[in-house]
Design a protein around this ligand. Structure first.
Ligand code: B12
Length: 255
């Protein structure tokens, strides 16, 4: 995917039409609608058409605006975290864990901070799974402890120590005031302090509004975003732990 330039599509190919929605702190009247169009114009929508306006409680109005942008998207300049490991079946994951670790792979998961949105982490961990895939509990060679919601960082570190966790999976759904970023940074710093280098569990964060490119910045090994399936996570764990084990063996040989 290099060097291809595209425009948004609305009614006809390449017409540049987009739809945006936002809320302004004003009661719904003609002036509020004008204010919405002024904002859309400043955002580069020209022409801009107001297609929906609805008062949201006292003094707030929600708007949907449809309009043309003149920007181009350069597909060659898109940067995303692409999957750089093979997608394995449950059977292949179990076989790989057995062969490479010769014991069960221990996973501890939680939703940290004040976040109580457990549906995402449950979808990854619980047998029930998501999108027709079973969760990690289903994998015979994985031992999973799901701590649930509103787990504190010290509780998580302690559980990881008791369980001898190979991987710690943390979910963050609420992003108000960048809570997800602060919580993950705090978590990764605590694990670095509590475990010596080379003994720290693999740290994985997930949630719908993470930028998957931010793993390094947040101090975790991997970030999974919207629409992640359990199989992707299980395959990653096997891949990452095998790579770690290889690196450790190389060090021993070199010493
Ligand atoms: C259900 C829900 C709730 C339920 C949660 C029940 C529960 N047990 O989880 C309840 C009613 C409790 C709730 C409460 C609140 N909610 Co709510 N909630 C939702 C809702 C409708 C759906 C979330 C969901 O279940 N998605 C389905 C799962 C499967 O998707 P997912 O979380 O993205 O998970 C997938 C991936 O992200 C990824 N993933 C997620 N975690 C992890 C972790 C790892 C390790 C990995 C590998 C992958 C991974 O894999 C999953 C499977 O694909 C969303 C809106 C929406 N449509 O998303 C709002 C939403 C998340 N809630 C929101 C808010 C504001 C709240 C409240 C603050 C409301 C209030 N004022 O009280 C409270 C906060 C409570 C708290 N302390 O956290 C906002 C968050 C806004 C923001 N920017 O942060 C949202 C976006 C609604 C909105 N548009 O305003 N909520």
């Amino acid at each position: 995917m290099t060097g291809r330039v595209v425009r948004p599509y609305g009614d006809t190919t390449g017409d540049g039409m987009v739809q945006v929605s936002f809320t302004l702190p004003v009661a719904h009247d003609k002036r509020a609608e004008g204010a919405a169009l002024q904002l859309a114009g400043k955002m580069g929508l020209d022409p801009a058409m107001l297609v929906h306006a609805r008062q949201m409680g006292d003094g707030y109005t929600f708007f949907v605006v449809y309009g043309r942008v003149h920007h181009l998207v350069d597909l060659g300049a898109v940067r995303v975290a692409e999957r750089d490991y093979p997608l394995l079946s449950a059977k292949e994951v179990n076989t790989a864990v057995k062969r490479r670790l010769r014991r069960k792979l221990s996973v501890v998961g939680a939703c940290i901070g004040t976040d109580a949105h457990t549906v995402g982490i449950d979808a990854i961990l619980n047998v029930k799974g998501i999108a027709g895939e079973k969760g990690l509990e289903y994998y015979r060679e994985l031992r999973v402890l799901n701590l649930g919601a509103q787990v504190t960082v010290p509780e998580l570190v302690e559980a990881a120590r008791v369980e001898r966790a190979d991987a710690v999976l943390v979910s963050q759904v609420v992003t108000q005031r960048d809570a997800h970023l602060h919580n993950v940074r705090e978590m990764s710093a605590a694990f670095r302090e509590a475990f010596p280098a080379g003994r720290r569990p693999l740290l994985v964060a997930g949630g719908p509004r993470f930028d998957e490119m931010m793993a390094g910045e947040l101090g975790v090994d991997r970030i999974f975003g919207r629409g992640t399936t359990p199989r992707e996570v299980a395959s990653y764990l096997v891949h990452a732990l095998a790579a770690e084990k290889k690196a450790a063996e190389k060090k021993v040989v070199a010493a």
